[in-house]
Write a protein that binds this ligand. Structure first.
Ligand code: C2E
Ligand code: CA
Ligand code: CA
Length: 774
């Protein structure tokens, strides 16, 4: 059993109630006893009164006898009028049944007059004989009057008249006597005893019987004759009637004596019981009123421990408990807020208000568990780093918020939208088929490509999307996300600003890329990637004026891997930075070697990736390298692609401008492939532009392109920029680029990328070593 507060308080209250009850019962018993005492007292008083009344009756009988005696003595006639005397006397009291006078000569007068038998001898009557031997009044024992058949007792008195002696007597009807005492007490039996014989009784059947013989009654033989006795069987109150040998006895049986007390006890007990019941019921409610809020508080705490949030309580009373509940509610609210904050930290992306990767994962897991087909769109903002680097993180954050807001417009069709890292967002759509994927992707791309207006800036961005579907492309969440990422990777590789649906072949490509990447990192560390050198030729004189260093890598197992494959990977994982230094180092070393052996400074062309420009040590590193080989800056040519100028931030551009100012040449590589813009020529004060092989081919095929190219070359020359034509494979091409006034040429016609030794052989022999290119 659990000793709850309620039970404890309840027991306490019951204990107190029990004590009160005991005290109360004691009082009731006392009250009962008091009532018994009062009852006994009342009986005593009424018995005393009865005794006095009986005394009066018997005294009156005496007086009547005396009166008759006096009357008769005063008459002194020989024949007095007995009859009228007796009659007068008889009328004075109703209990007098007969009055009579008898003489020794057996003469007898009787009132009321009745016929007397012939053989009636008055001298033989008990009352006659008794009176003769008694001084005063003789009271007979009860006997039956022959004439009337009534039980009677008689009082007789000896009288001495002038002429003769006789006896006067009075018969008293016991019935009348009994009627007289009937009014004394309602309860029990009232009796008058004469020498132990009952001569009057409220119970008629007791008459003339000896009191001791009342065996059938509770009255015992030992009942004393005088006093008040409260015994086991009842109450006895006995009083002598003074002057006569008579006793008044009142007996009241036990149940009557204690009846009152019992009644008091019963009523008292009932009242106590009732009060107790009322007290218990009211105490129950009162205690509950106090313990309920506390047990509710307890329940709330227990419940809270099972839930993630604290349960609130209603305020119930207006006292300290309410203060407690208020405090509890404050605490609960505080904890709930904390929990909410913890939840927010754990499940929400603080910056955008979207859910975070953990919550997103949970939601996807639920759907996968329910075997619901789901398509995951993995978005990555193209070149977002550029925004951060150029405008700062504050603007970058604002852009991300705007992107999140735009994504929220897809909320109706999507199940979950989350930001999972920096500029990566994911959203899922249930049951999205190929057509749906295309539609949603296009909508996403066009929505996110609209300009962002932030702090008076107008920014334009593009997004790449990778898509994978459960269960088609993956059977668990991790694979689903990974495959969407592979598709995204492909989208990035395919030139960004597009979406790619996951396919198993992409996964193979991805694994291949990973394999290459692992080998690449090792190869760079082991300096296994080294440059080949492709001659740079002055078209007019066909003189070799320099070379371009082109990275070459032959994997032991996979064989030669081309720069178009590994350079983008090296850019992605930043290993292009150490690789870049190594290539620059090797290129300048070769330049220095040529100078040392031939006394001529050759133009050293080195490709520089946009990633290398973000390196803080880039500018200092370049000068350190020039110093290392004591190579003049004006013979170094850093080749940057057009896309570099777009992807680079201001800082990178400043670095290039600084290098340019310090006489380092900057070439715009691959001119004509992507975003050909003449603006770059002026902006960067480039020293060279390198017309891409494909544009050269186009110019050869189309007169218009040729004319355009001619114009561009003219413009370049006007601003002091040297023009290099790439991909010169034959004399026709050489002729054409010469016709458009290009200054230098590079291509298989002059020489393929080759080893140091081959390059030197080429320089010395004037012709390249056949089929020995790299
Ligand atoms: P690129 O800078 O345009 O280099 C010229 C590419 O054209 C080289 O390819 C070269 O072998 C090829 N080529 C030269 N003449 C001809 C020709 O007459 N016909 C044809 N069909 N191709 C010719 P490669 O060596 O595969 O390099 C590809 C690209 O890789 C380079 O293009 C350059 O952007 C990049 N790259 C190579 N080495 C490095 C490096 O060390 N650092 C960086 N950042 N990029 C490099
Ligand atoms: Ca180049
Ligand atoms: Ca090029």
């Amino acid at each position: 059993m659990k000793w709850t507060l309620y039970i404890k308080v309840r027991l306490l209250v019951i204990g107190i109630l029990l004590m009160v009850m005991i005290v109360e019962l004691g009082m009731v018993v006392a009250l009962g006893n008091q009532s018994t005492a009062r009852f006994v007292n009342n009986v005593e008083v009424s018995t005393d009164l009865l005794a006095k009344a009986m005394n009066t009756v018997f005294n009156d009988v005496n007086q009547t006898l005396n009166y008759i005696e006096v009357e008769l003595s005063s008459q002194s006639s020989s024949n007095p009028d007995y009859t009228s005397h007796l009659m007068n006397a008889a009328k004075s009291r109703e209990e007098i049944l007969n009055i009579y006078i008898g003489y020794e000569d057996r003469t007898f007068w009787l009132y009321p007059e009745t016929e007397i038998e012939a053989e009636f001898d008055v001298t033989e009557r008990i009352w006659f004989q008794g009176a003769y031997v008694t001084d005063g009044v003789f009271w007979s024992v009860p006997y039956v009057d022959k004439a009337t058949g009534k039980s009677i007792i008689s009082a007789s008195k000896y009288i001495e008249l002038e002429d003769r002696d006789g006896v006067i007597g009075i018969d008293i009807s016991l019935e009348t006597l009994s009627e007289m005492i009937e009014t004394v007490n309602d309860e029990g039996w009232v009796m008058i005893l004469h020498q132990g014989i009952i001569i009057a009784s409220t119970e008629k059947s007791f008459l003339t019987r000896k009191f001791e013989d009342l065996e059938d009654k509770v009255i015992t033989k030992n009942t004393p004759y005088y006093g008040t006795f409260l015994k086991g069987d009842g109450l006895y109150v006995a009083r002598r009637i003074p002057g006569v040998d008579l006793l008044t006895l009142v007996f009241i049986p036990e149940e009557l004596v204690y009846g009152n007390r019992r009644q008091i006890l019963t009523i008292g007990g009932l009242v106590t019981l009732l009060l107790t019941l009322i007290a218990l019921v009211t105490s129950h409610f009162i205690i509950r009123k106090f313990t309920m809020p506390i047990s509710k508080l307890k329940d709330a705490l227990v419940e809270s421990s099972l839930q993630t949030r604290m349960v609130g309580l209603n305020e119930v009373t207006n006292d300290e408990i309410n203060v407690l509940i208020k405090e509890y509610n404050n605490l609960a609210e505080h904890i709930n807020n904390q929990n909410k904050r913890i939840y927010t930290l754990a499940y929400e992306d603080e910056l955008t208000g979207l859910v975070n990767r953990y919550k997103f994962r949970e939601e996807c897991l639920t759907r996968i568990q329910n075997k619901q087909s789901t398509t995951l769109f993995h978005l990555d903002i193209d070149n977002f780093k550029y925004v951060n680097d150029t405008y700062g993180h504050e603007i970058g954050d604002k852009v991300l918020k705007h992107i999140a807001d735009r994504l929220l417009s897809f909320k109706a069709s999507s199940e979950a939208i989350a930001r999972i890292s920096g500029d990566e967002f994911v959203l899922t759509i249930n049951g999205c088929d190929d057509e749906c994927c295309r539609r949603i992707s296009s909508q996403l791309i066009s929505s996110l490509s609209r300009p962002y207006f932030i702090n008076q800036l107008s920014l334009q961005l593009t997004v790449s999307i990778g898509i994978a579907s459960y269960p088609r492309d993956a059977n668990n969440y991790d694979d689903l996300l990974a495959n969407a990422e592979i598709a995204l990777y492909k989208a990035k590789e395919s030139g960004k600003d597009c979406f790619v649906n996951f396919e198993q072949v992409l996964y193979k490509e991805f694994l291949n890329d990973i394999d290459i990447e692992t080998r690449l990192i090792k190869a760079i560390a082991m300096k296994e990637i080294n440059p080949a050198f492709q001659p740079l030729v002055e078209i007019e004189t066909k003189r070799i004026v320099g070379f371009e260093a082109l990275a070459r890598w032959t994997d032991r197992e996979r064989g030669p891997i081309y720069p178009d494959v590994f350079i983008p990977i090296a850019e992605r994982n930043m290993s292009i930075i150490p690789l870049g230094w190594h290539i620059l180092d090797q290129a300048l070393k070769f330049g220095k070697e040529l100078y040392d052996t031939r006394g001529t400074y050759y133009e050293v062309g080195v490709n520089v990736s946009v990633i290398q420009l973000t390196d803080d040590r880039f500018v200092d590193g370049v000068f350190a390298m020039l110093e290392k080989y004591d190579y003049p800056a004006k013979y170094l040519n850093l080749e940057i692609t057009e896309s570099t100028t777009l992807e680079s931030n201001e800082d990178s551009m400043m670095k290039l401008a600084y290098l340019r100012k310090k006489d380092v040449n900057i070439s715009l590589d691959d001119f004509g492939t992507g975003y050909s813009s003449l603006g770059h020529l002026t902006d960067l004060s480039l020293s060279h532009i390198k017309i891409d092989r494909l544009l050269v081919i186009k110019a050869k095929q189309s007169d218009e392109v040729f004319t355009l190219m001619e114009g561009i070359v003219g413009f370049a020359h006007k601003i002091g920029t040297v023009v290099v034509a790439e991909g010169i494979e034959d004399m026709d091409m050489e002729e054409m680029v010469y016709a458009m006034n290009a200054d230098f040429g590079q291509g298989y016609l002059y020489g393929k990328p080759m080893t140091r030794a081959d390059f030197m052989y080429f320089l010395d022999a004037g012709i390249p070593r056949t089929d020995n290119h790299l």
